[in-house]
Design a binder for this molecule. Structure first.
Ligand code: HAS
Ligand code: CU
Length: 573
């Protein structure tokens, strides 16, 4: 096998396009982040308080929807093609789904950018969670719908490759990377049903003025039905990188292939029936169902704890292959001079801390302390902002040569960049957690309402603000370094010799050690559906029976209509 870009030039072109889209979103979202960090800490306020929410929406949507998902589809296209060792069944379909994702992005972005100007009354200041009662221009919802349809077709494209491969290789175990792609996409199909219903049946008709109102709690619940599993949609490609690339970079092999498959199956089964853990404080959902969501969430820690074990064991195996010894001494034998390795290892380290703040969030009683405070952005800048973003950036140093045919510009520059991201995030995310405990709210342009000062609540809130601002600046510097580095490498400015193809070694314990049932995707999907029905049917029925599908407004309208026709009905009776 040669270099990916030479073996599969058409597929590599789509992978590059997806990555380029992802990096543009990263840059835009990152700059918005700097504006926010300096604004809400009071160091530099270049925007009005009211514009803060447009900036925040652009930040959230660019980073957690566009950066992450464009990177995912690019990486997964590579994973499928490379691990099945066959081109797309029909490259036109591959181009179509990428094109739809770009179209959807442009539609939603135009709506968001409208919020910055008075020329048009178009806006979408609805934050990345976009549930009612906040209302966006219809173009925003339509764009989202088109984008998601693009991702559905991408999944279909990958399943098609797998079906074709299976026909030619009857009885063979699905390669690990393909298995990971398929389980991720099955989870994604289940998760996106919630947001598709919310957008198509409620939010879009509402913003078009076809219905008078919506049931806000219903759209929130449908959002979180999707909003929790989406975090694993960002995480599962990261786990693929930690399972298949990190062990190789460490100098060894994956410890156990079956354990990796179990982890992905657990995500498929458990990701959706936990969404209500974002709604512990929402009235209108019975406590019992919140408790059920909490229990499922605690079970959902298992795949990540298994990952911590398997990935660290694989790293240790690699380090010992490289001559590392001692109980902890092996750590020094790891290739810390490689940006791809160091970035991923630091991302993993941060994720261990993120797991703890996640556990705090997930406890119903502890959640009351942290909900809607700056603690929560602290949590997700460790998870999606570091475990995911830093891994994606780090893996790019390994991956880019495979899809462009050009070596990266400078390993040392890459190393500084990933370490700087880590340091910036240590400052920012830690201070956000602590400020949240001090009671500082999230999603607020100016947390010092009416001169209220937190100094009475906690001695050092100004020190925490300094850390947040400092962290934000370091992260922006790191991000600019990353973007410049990608451009320099992409166009091979250093004129380096072509890279060698990377061959991923097989696991120490291979797929043949797993029971066949692990590969039964129909079974796992069916179990996931049963769990979803158990956790969501009654809460949604209660929400709808309380306020109707379209909220109190339409219930009231319905009652007026009814009272108007009632006399006539009585006459007929
Ligand atoms: Fe979360 C809120 C609970 C994981 C993202 N989360 C959020 C929000 C986001 C988010 C964006 O229960 C805010 C949404 C909003 O805007 O309101 N989260 C959890 C739990 C986990 C968790 C239990 N979250 C994530 C991941 C995310 C993410 C992953 C993105 C990618 N989260 C919550 C809850 C809320 C919440 C509540 C609602 C809060 C509220 O009130 O609003 C778990 O999945 C975490 C499990 C993780 C572990 C860590 C295992 C450690 C590993 C590291 C291995 C080390 C290595 C390196 C490889 C148990 C795998 C070794 C290095 C060497 C050098 C040796
Ligand atoms: Cu969640």
């Amino acid at each position: 096998m040669g270099l990916f870009v030479n073996d599969y030039p058409d597929e590599a072109a789509i992978v590059r396009a997806a990555l380029a889209s992802s990096f543009v979103a990263l840059l835009i979202g990152g700059v918005m982040g700097l504006i926010q960090a300096l604004h809400r800490t009071g160091y530099l306020q270049v925007i009005e308080n009211s514009t803060y929410y447009t900036v925040l929406t652009l930040h959230g949507v660019s980073l957690v929807i566009l950066f992450t998902i464009f990177f995912l589809v690019g990486f997964y296209q590579w994973a499928i093609t490379d691990s099945l060792n066959r081109p797309s069944e029909d490259i036109r379909l591959t181009k179509l789904w990428y094109g739809l994702m770009v179209l959807g992005t442009l539609m939603a972005s135009i709506a968001i950018l409208g919020g910055f100007t008075d020329i048009t009354d178009m806006s979408a200041d609805v934050l990345f969670t976009f549930y009612a009662p906040l209302e966006a221009h219809p173009l925003f919802y339509a764009g989202l719908a088109v984008f998601i349809i693009g991702t559905w077709l991408a999944g279909f494209d990958w399943f098609r490759s797998w079906w074709a491969w299976k026909k030619e290789n009857p009885g063979e175990r699905t390669p690990l990377r393909t298995f990971m792609v398929l389980t991720t996409m099955l989870m994604w199909y289940l998760a996106t049903t919630g947001v598709a219903v919310a957008v198509i049946f409620f939010l879009l008709p509402w913003s078009l003025g076809l219905v008078d109102g919506v049931n806000a709690l219903l759209t929130r619940t449908l959002f979180w039905f999707f909003g929790h599993p989406v975090v694993y949609f960002w995480l599962m490609p990261v786990y693929m990188m930690w399972y298949v690339i990190l062990p190789k970079l460490s100098g060894g092999r994956l410890f156990s292939d079956p354990l990796a498959r179990i982890v992905f199956v657990l995500f498929l089964v458990l990701s959706v029936p936990t969404g209500i853990h974002h709604q512990y404080l929402d009235p209108g959902i019975a406590e019992g169902f919140k408790y059920l969501a909490m229990t499922n969430t605690m079970f959902l820690l298992l795949p990540s704890l298994l990952t911590a074990f398997t990935v660290v064991a694989s790293m240790e195996h690699g380090a010992r292959q490289r001559g590392g010894t001692g109980r902890f001494g092996w750590l020094t034998a790891l290739p810390w001079n490689k940006p791809a390795f160091t970035g991923m290892a630091l991302a993993g380290l941060m994720f261990a801390a993120a797991g703890f703040s996640g556990m705090v969030n997930a406890g119903m009683n502890l959640n009351y302390v942290v909900h809607n405070t700056l603690w929560v952005p602290g949590h997700f800048h460790l998870t999606v902002g570091t475990a995911v973003a830093l891994t994606f950036m780090a893996v790019t140093y390994w991956f880019l040569p495979q899809i462009t045919g050009n070596e990266i510009f400078s390993e040392r520059l890459g190393l500084y960049q990933v370490v700087l991201w880590f340091i910036g995030m240590v400052f920012m995310a830690n201070a956000m957690h602590r400020a949240g405990l001090g009671g500082e709210p999230r999603r607020t342009a100016d947390p010092f309402y009416d001169g209220f000062t937190f100094d009475t609540a906690l001695g050092a809130i100004s020190e925490l603000h300094l850390q947040i601002a400092l962290g934000g600046v370091l992260l922006t510097v790191s991000l600019l370094m990353f973007t410049a580095h990608i451009v320099l490498s992409w166009f091979d400015v250093a004129n380096k010799p072509a890279p060698a193809p990377e061959i991923l070694p097989p696991a120490l314990s291979g797929p043949e050690h797993a029971p066949a049932v692990l590969g039964n995707l129909k079974l796992w999907t069916a179990i996931a559906i049963v769990l979803i029905l158990l956790t969501y049917t009654l809460p949604i029925a209660a929400i709808v029976s309380g306020n109707g599908f379209f909220g109190p407004a339409t219930v009231a309208l319905g009652e007026t209509l009814l009272s108007a026709v009632e006399p006539a009905l009585e006459v007929i009776a």
